[in-house]
Design a protein around this ligand. Structure first.
Ligand SMILES: Nc1ncnc2c1ncn2[C@@H]1O[C@H](COP(=O)(O)OP(=O)(O)OP(=O)(O)O)[C@@H](O)[C@H]1O
Ligand SMILES: [Mg+2]
Length: 333
């Protein structure tokens, strides 16, 4: 796949430095440049060629709760779709936050639950959203039962992968994002077994790295035991970044030290507009397209696609088990 065009280095740097400045002054200063960036990100100008390229399945996961998994899955999905790719957002979390985040109702029987238990097909569960090129497999509370039901069933780690096969074979999508629940239970393991890569959102806070070694170890096991030999850590994205705090900067430094080039350069700023958008059932680019959050997710989408198109050579990763990284020793700001 080839993408021509992309955000300027200047815009990228502005976003990266965003949180170091005062929000009120930064956003107006960004607006004009963001408009320019958006023109460059226009799908018609980006000349995307995806024919015959198999869809990439990306699990958005971190067993820690509230770190920005759903916010990242919804907004990346919308931004990647806005860049011209055909995107499926698969809500695999019984909380169904991604479902309401794109304005869909939580409807009984609409989730993948029955399909995972062997009834019907996943293609029938796909719903259109109000947004270009973005379709969705919604969730609802019945998925809660999956951890128990699936654990008892045969071949229980491959239920999502099996269900996904006709969806991938249909060649309707270029990228599939799977929003995982905050656990390393059966649903998340199924997402890992079906995925080409795992995208890990990490919140820029003191406990960010806690549990990351467990996530890594499980990915390594799934990889090494042949459950999913394709599985790799696609990247780590820092969320809710507020550069005015020393803590956030130290956490980012620590994470970059551990994960190196796997950490996306784009960081997602802490932004009220990002937190508001789900209550309007809209991804941020449709809720407030000139906000800092919209610009950040657009840049992240571009970075992600570049990474999918030309995977980075990082010597230490495929998936590797690693020692538990230490949280940085910092004093509160
Ligand atoms: N960059 C951000 N700035 C401000 N608020 C944010 C940002 N990202 C996420 N939030 C808010 O933080 C909360 C948790 O985010 P989100 O639901 O995306 O996390 P999650 O990891 O999916 O949570 P869970 O583990 O429960 O599934 C939400 O209220 C969301 O609106
Ligand atoms: Mg979530």
């Amino acid at each position: 796949m080839t993408i021509l065009g992309g955000p300027s280095e200047k815009v990228t740097n502005k976003i990266r430095n965003f949180a170091a400045s005062d929000f009120r002054f930064v956003v107006p200063a960004h607006a004009a440049e963001n408009r320019q960036a958006r023109k460059r990100l226009n799908p018609l100008l980006n000349l995307v060629k995806t024919d015959g390229v198999p869809a990439k399945v990306i699990a958005v996961a971190n067993q820690k709760g509230g770190v920005g998994k759903t916010t990242t899955a919804v907004n990346l999905a919308a931004c990647v779709a806005a860049l011209g790719r055909r995107v499926l957002l698969f809500d695999l979390d019984p909380q169904a936050n991604a479902t309401s985040g794109v304005g869909l109702e939580k409807i009984e029987g609409a989730s993948a639950y029955r399909v995972l238990l062997g009834e019907g097909g996943l293609l029938e569960k796909i719903q259109r959203t109000a947004f270009d090129r973005l379709e969705m497999i919604p969730s609802e509370v019945d998925l809660c039962g999956a951890d128990i039901e699936l654990a008892r069933s045969e071949n229980h780690l491959h239920r999502v992968a099996q269900a996904m096969r006709p969806v991938l074979d249909s060649q309707r999508f270029d990228v599939v994002f799977v929003d995982c629940p905050p656990s390393l239970g059966v649903l998340t393991l199924n997402a890992f077994a079906a995925a080409d890569g795992v995208l890990v959102p990490l919140q820029c806070e003191y406990y960010a790295l806690e549990g990351i070694s467990m996530l890594n170890r499980i990915m390594a096991q799934l990889h090494d035991t042949g459950v999913n030999p394709r599985l790799e850590l696609l990247g780590v994205v820092m969320t809710m970044f507020d550069g005015r705090t020393k803590l956030a900067q130290q956490v980012v430094g620590e994470v970059r030290e551990h994960f190196g080039a796997r950490v996306f350069e784009t960081m997602i700023p802490r932004s009220t507009r990002l937190a508001e958008a789900p209550s309007f059932g809209k991804p941020i680019i449709y809720y407030d397209k000139f906000s800092s959050g919209a610009a950040a997710y657009e840049l992240l989408a571009q970075e992600l696609l570049n990474r999918l198109d030309s995977p980075i050579a990082v010597p230490t990763q495929k998936v590797v088990a690693m020692d538990e990284p230490q949280a940085p020793a910092v004093s509160p700001t």
